[in-house]
Unconditional design. Structure first.
Length: 288
C-alpha cells in the first residue's frame, strides 16, 4: 500500500475532549448542561447502534442526552409533532433525527420541523443555505468532519479540483459547498453521470458519497489523489475499493475509522456551541 491513512479517530477524540471542556465550563458558570436529543423511528439495528454510540460519546463528554424512540408505524405528522416539542424545550440544545426514517415518513418535512438553532446535525434547508452563503449556522456533520480531516492532514484545497460523487442533501451537496468555500474547484457527479471514471480521473481530491460498496475503482484515480470515503456499507465496506485505491492515492480514509468518528465529534461540538449561543441569548440566573 502506497497511500497514507487519514485516521479520524485521534482527531475526533481531541475534538470531543475540547467539547467536554467547554460543556463543563458552561455548566460551572451558568448551571446549564448542553443536551442532545436523539430521535429514532423504528427498531432498525444499525440505526439503534448509531444512536447508542452517539449517546455514549455524549455522556463521556459531559453532554446530556435525551432519547426519543418512536414505533416504526409513526406518521409524518406524529414525528413532526415530536420534533416541534423538542424544538420548543429550553432544556434541549441540539436535535438529531436518525436517518433514514421509515418509508411512510416525509423525511424532508421531518427535518424542517427541527428549529435551526437546534439543527446541530445540519440537515435543514435553513442550515444548508447558511452554510452555502457563509452565514452563521451549523454545518452538516459528515461534510464538516471531512473538511476538518483535510485541514488536519494539510491537504491544499485552494485551486484543487475536487470531485464529489453523490448528491445527498446532507452529504454530497454540502460537502461540495464547503470545498467551494475553501476555494477548491468542485465538480458534482453521481451514479448516473456519463463517463464518470474519466471525470474522477481528473480530480486532486475525491469525495465518495454514493452509497454503493466498492463503487470507485483504483483505475478511476490519478496518482497522488486524496481519497475521502464517506460511504458505509454492510460488512464495514466503503464506497471506494480500498485495496485498489490505496495503490494509487497519496492519502485515503479507511472505513471504519476515517470519516465516521469525525461526524460524531462535530455533532457534539455543535451541540455545545448551540448551548453556549442559547445561554448568551437567554442568560440563566444561577443561585449562589
Amino acid at each position: 500500500m502506497s497511500a497514507k491513512l487519514m485516521i479520524g479517530t485521534d482527531l475526533a477524540a481531541e475534538m470531543v475532549t475540547k467539547a467536554g471542556e467547554r460543556a463543563k465550563k458552561l455548566y460551572d458558570e451558568t448551571g446549564v448542561q448542553p443536551c442532545l436529543a436523539t430521535v429514532l423511528v423504528g427498531d432498525d439495528p444499525a440505526s439503534a447502534t448509531y444512536v447508542r454510540m452517539k449517546q455514549n460519546r455524549s455522556k463521556k463528554a459531559g453532554i446530556g442526552s435525551r432519547s426519543v424512540v418512536l414505533p416504526a408505524e409513526t406518521t409524518t405528522e406524529e414525528l413532526v409533532a415530536e420534533l416541534h416539542k423538542l424544538s420548543n424545550d429550553p432544556e434541549v440544545h441540539g436535535i438529531l433525527l436518525q436517518h433514514p426514517v421509515p418509508a411512510q415518513i416525509d423525511e424532508r418535512a421531518a427535518f424542517e420541523a427541527i428549529a435551526p438553532a437546534k439543527d446541530v446535525d445540519g440537515v435543514t434547508m435553513h442550515g444548508f443555505a447558511a452554510m452555502a452563503f457563509g452565514e452563521p449556522g451549523f454545518v452538516s456533520c459528515t461534510p464538516g468532519g471531512i473538511l476538518r480531516l483535510l485541514q488536519a492532514y494539510d491537504v491544499p484545497l485552494e485551486g484543487a479540483h475536487a470531485v464529489v460523487i453523490g448528491r445527498s442533501p446532507i452529504l454530497g451537496k454540502p460537502a461540495g459547498m464547503l470545498l467551494l468555500a475553501s476555494n477548491a474547484t468542485v465538480t458534482y457527479t453521481h451514479s448516473k453521470t456519463r463517463d464518470l471514471a474519466s471525470i474522477v480521473r481528473t480530480a486532486d481530491i475525491v469525495v465518495a458519497a454514493v452509497g454503493r460498496a466498492n463503487f470507485v475503482r483504483g483505475d478511476w484515480l490519478k496518482p497522488g489523489v486524496v481519497v475521502i470515503d464517506a460511504g458505509y456499507n454492510e460488512g464495514n465496506v466503503g464506497d471506494v475499493h480500498f485495496e485498489e485505491a490505496s495503490q494509487v492515492a497519496s492519502l485515503i480514509t479507511p472505513v471504519p475509522g476515517g470519516v465516521g468518528p469525525m461526524t460524531i465529534a462535530l455533532l457534539l461540538e455543535q451541540t455545545v456551541e448551540a448551548a453556549e449561543s442559547e445561554t448568551v441569548a437567554h442568560p440563566v440566573d444561577v443561585l449562589s
